[in-house]
Design a protein. Structure first.
Length: 94
């Protein structure tokens, strides 16, 4: 069963350019992972700095392996340094 992962982040405006580069790095790395289907990054219109990434995976196990991978964790640490709150992950079956 496929899953959709909603990833929510708050980014101060001063870090928008750098954060977009890191989002692109994450997506590029995810494309090489087993089970990755695709994703998109949305920027909230009424609340600057709020981002929603929707990531699609073939299974929750595929997502879980990516979540704990050293490659993803390295990029996530760089993202965390630029955000003003914890990244939130929500996983939904499709």
């Amino acid at each position: 069963m496929t899953v959709k992962v909603l990833i929510k982040r708050n980014v101060p405006r001063s870090n928008n350019e750098e954060i977009m580069k890191l989002f692109a790095m994450l997506r590029s790395a995810a494309m090489n992972q087993p089970g990755y289907i695709g994703g998109e990054t949305l920027k909230r219109v009424d609340a600057p700095g709020k981002y929603l990434v929707i990531s699609s995976w073939k299974s929750v196990d595929d997502w879980s392996r990516w979540l704990v991978s050293p490659e993803r964790r390295q990029i996530q640490e760089r993202i965390d340094a630029l955000t003003d709150s914890e990244t939130k992950f929500e996983v939904y079956e499709h």
